[in-house]
Write a protein that binds this ligand. Structure first.
Ligand code: HEM
Ligand SMILES: Brc1ccc(-c2csc3nccn23)cc1
Length: 404
C-alpha cells in the first residue's frame, strides 16, 4: 500500500511537468486580451524604449490595470513574464550604477498580485524568461533553435535571445531524464534492478544531450555583449550595495523589499538530478547547498514540490549500494559522471563569458545578478561565483559510488 502511495506521490503530471517538455511551459501563450495592451506594447518594445530613453515615461503613463481578467494559468505566466521584463528594464535602464529605487504602482501592484497568485517572487525569474518565453516561428516546424524565437528580450538583441533559447533547449533535452525519475523511484520500491538500470541510462543519455544543446551557446551568444549588456538586466536587488534595502514596490509595501537576481540555480532540472543522486546529502555542505536550497523559493510551487517529493522518496544511493550489483553501480556512476561533465562544461562557458570579459574591463565589474556572485576580481578565477560553481562540481564528483 505504501509503495503505491509513494509512486502516486511522484507522478509528474501532478506537478505541471510535461512528458515532452519537462519543466518547460509547453506552447506558452504569446498574447493577452487587448485590455492589457499597455503592458504588452511596452514589454514587446523594451529594447527600443530603453535605447530611446522612453521607458520611464511610458511606464509612468501606464494605466493601473486589474489582474481579475487573468484567470488562465498560461495567461498568468505570460503576464508575470511581461511585467518581469518591464520591471528589470525599468530598474536597470540607466545602467547598474544608477538603479531606480522605486517601482511605480502601475507596475508594482499588478506584478505583486500576479506573483502572489503564481507563488513566484515579484522579480524576473528563470521560469519566466527561459521556461515561458518562447514560441515556434513556423508552428509546424521543428523544435530547433532556427525555428524558435523568444516572446520578449532585453537590449543585446541576438545575444539576449540566444542566451534564453539555448537555456530553453538544454531544459528540453532534460525532459527524458525528468520523465525517467518516477520510473527510477518505482523500480527502487519494487527492487526491480533491470528497470532501474534502464531508467538510469535514460537519465545519463538525457544529461549528455543537455550538454550537446549547451554547445550552441558559442554560435548564438556573444561574450562581450553578454557581459556588458545582458547581464545587467538580470541583476537583482538583494545584498546589492547599489540598492540597500532593495526596491520600493509603490502601493504594495511601505518599505523596500529585497529579491535576488536571475540565477539558473532557479532551474528545477539540476535540483532534481542532484536530489535523486544524493549529490549534496545534507545542508551541512556549507553555504552552497543552503544557497541552492534558497533558490527553490524562486521556482513555480509545483516544481518545488516535485523536488521535495524526490527528497522524501526512497534513497536510490542506498539501494544501489545494498544491491552490490556491478552493472547497476556502473549505471549510477555514469549518471554522476554525465552531471560532472555538464558542470565542467558550464564552468568553461562561464570563464569565456564572464571571467575573461571581466578581466578586460578597465574598472571594477558590476554585480553579476545575485548574492553569490560579487565584483569579479580582475581577471582571476577566484570570484565567488567561480568558487560556487566549482564547489557544486566537486560535490557532484564526490557522489560517485566507490567499489565496495
Ligand atoms: C553565457 C552562458 C552562461 C553563463 C555566463 C552562465 C553563468 C552562470 C553563473 C555565473 C552561475 C552562478 C551564479 C548563478 O547561480 O547564477 C551559473 C549557475 C548556473 N547555470 Fe549558468 N551560465 C550560462 C549558461 C547556462 C546554461 C545554458 C545553462 C543550462 C540550463 C546553465 C545552467 C546553470 C545552472 C544549473 C546553474 C546553477 C549552478 C549549478 O547547479 O551548477 N547556465 N551560471
Ligand atoms: Br532571470 C534569469 C535566470 C537565470 C538565467 C540563466 C539561464 S542559464 C544561466 N546560468 C546562470 C543564469 N542563467 C537567465 C535569466
Amino acid at each position: 500500500q505504501d509503495k503505491t502511495s509513494a509512486e502516486n506521490l511522484i507522478k509528474i503530471d501532478r506537478y505541471l511537468i510535461s512528458e515532452d517538455y519537462g519543466f518547460v511551459l509547453p506552447h506558452p501563450q504569446t498574447e493577452l486580451p487587448s485590455y492589457f495592451d499597455p503592458w504588452m506594447e511596452i514589454a514587446s518594445n523594451l529594447s527600443q524604449l530603453i535605447e530611446n530613453c522612453q521607458l520611464h515615461s511610458k511606464v509612468e503613463k501606464m494605466p493601473l490595470l486589474s489582474t481579475h481578467a487573468l484567470t488562465d494559468y498560461k495567461e498568468q505566466r505570460l503576464a508575470h513574464l511581461a511585467l518581469g521584463f518591464i520591471t528589470m528594464g525599468y530598474v536597470w535602464q540607466e545602467g547598474s550604477d544608477k538603479a531606480q529605487k522605486v517601482l511605480p504602482e502601475t507596475l508594482a501592484v499588478p506584478f505583486c498580485k500576479l506573483s502572489e497568485i503564481l507563488d513566484l517572487p515579484p522579480v524576473l525569474v528563470y521560469a519566466d524568461c527561459v521556461l515561458a518565453n518562447w514560441k515556434k516561428k513556423d508552428p509546424f516546424g521543428p523544435l530547433s533553435i532556427e525555428n524558435l524565437d523568444v516572446i520578449f528580450s532585453f537590449p543585446g538583441g541576438e545575444t539576449s535571445k540566444g542566451f534564453f533559447l539555448v537555456s530553453l533547449l538544454v531544459e528540453m533535452a532534460a525532459a527524458p531524464g525528468i520523465r525517467a525519475i518516477p520510473k527510477i523511484i518505482s523500480a527502487v520500491l519494487h527492487e526491480d534492478v533491470a528497470s532501474l538500470e534502464n531508467a538510469l541510462q535514460d537519465v545519463t543519455s538525457s544529461i549528455s544531450k543537455m550538454q550537446d544543446a549547451f554547445k550552441l551557446i558559442h554560435g548564438y551568444v556573444n561574450p562581450e555583449i553578454f557581459f556588458n549588456t545582458l547581464r545587467i538586466y538580470l541583476s537583482g536587488w538583494k545584498d546589492n550595495p547599489l540598492m540597500a534595502g532593495g526596491l520600493l514596490y509603490e502601493g504594495v509595501w511601505k518599505t523596500p523589499r529585497e529579491f535576488s537576481g536571475g540565477s539558473a540555480g532557479q532551474s528545477s532540472t539540476l535540483h532534481c538530478f542532484d536530489v535523486l543522486l544524493g549529490i549534496y546529502p545534507n545542508l551541512e555542505c556549507g553555504s552552497t547547498a543552503a544557497y541552492l536550497q534558497s533558490l527553490r523559493d524562486y521556482m513555480p510551487a509545483s516544481h518545488r514540490a516535485f523536488i521535495q517529493a524526490i527528497a522524501l522518496g526512497p534513497s536510490l544511493r542506498h539501494f544501489v549500494l545494498a544491491a552490490g550489483n556491478d552493472s547497476l553501480q556502473e549505471a549510477f556512476n555514469s549518471c554522476v559522471s554525465a552531471l560532472v561533465a555538464l558542470r565542467d562544461y558550464h564552468i568553461q562557458v562561464v570563464t569565456r563569458y564572464i571571467s575573461i570579459p571581466a578581466g578586460k574591463q578597465k574598472h571594477r565589474g558590476c554585480l553579476f545578478h545575485n548574492a553569490v556572485v560579487t565584483f569579479p576580481e580582475k581577471g582571476t578565477g577566484g570570484t565567488s561565483f567561480m568558487c560556487f560553481l566549482k564547489t557544486i562540481r566537486d560535490l557532484t564528483k564526490k557522489a560517485q559510488l566507490l567499489d565496495v
